[in-house]
Design a protein around this ligand. Sequence first.
Ligand code: PRP
Ligand code: URA
Length: 206
Amino acid sequence: MALHVADHPLLHDIMARLRDRTTNCEEFRTLAHRISLLLVAEATRDIPTVAGTVETPLETAAARRVSARVVAVPVLRAGLGMLQAFLDLVPAAEVGYFGLERDETTAVARRYYEKVPPRLGEAVVFLLDPMLATGGSAAMAVDGLEGMGARQVRLVSIVAAPEGVARLQEASPGVEIYTAALDRGLNERKYILPGLGDFGDRLYGT
Ligand code: PRP
Ligand code: URA
């Protein structure tokens, strides 16, 4: 498994504002969208394309078009904050959903919903979940997707903890992880430090 920590001045600027405790829900949503655009561009950097041509107003130009079948799977709820950015960049993507919720006291994820497109094995599958903390949710989602036939899974996260990276690496060595920040660790409640707090709560104002 490879870990890709994206590095771009715009990404650092957005991350600073996402982390800021005074950033309100409306601004947080916009920032989540913008950072996801940068991350999705990074995570799709090597997807297959096919060569062809296009007629410009002046002449024929060489062109490349995406040829891979692409499936985006946001993890409910927080991953929904990354979906529109994904579809802005890959409009032809199919979309599946995975519903997971961490128990507030044990931090263990519970699977409560799933609906994914058929023939996942033929697609590059992008799991969208902004926080990789203990890795329990991501490992459960990847296991679920692989159980439904997925063979190429990439996790796009915004903040990752070393514990989560290690756990996912052990559970599913083939998964590629794209993130904007590899943070220090977890606190006693399994929140990422320094992190940005509860992503879903900040995204939706709960
Ligand atoms: C958050 C986050 C991940 C999970 C990460 O979701 O979006 O899915 O926690 O934690 P883990 O790596 O320790 O499993 P949460 O369960 O809080 O649900 P929500 O998106 O509905 O807020
Ligand atoms: N989920 C979050 O939203 N934030 C964390 O720090 C950990 C899990």
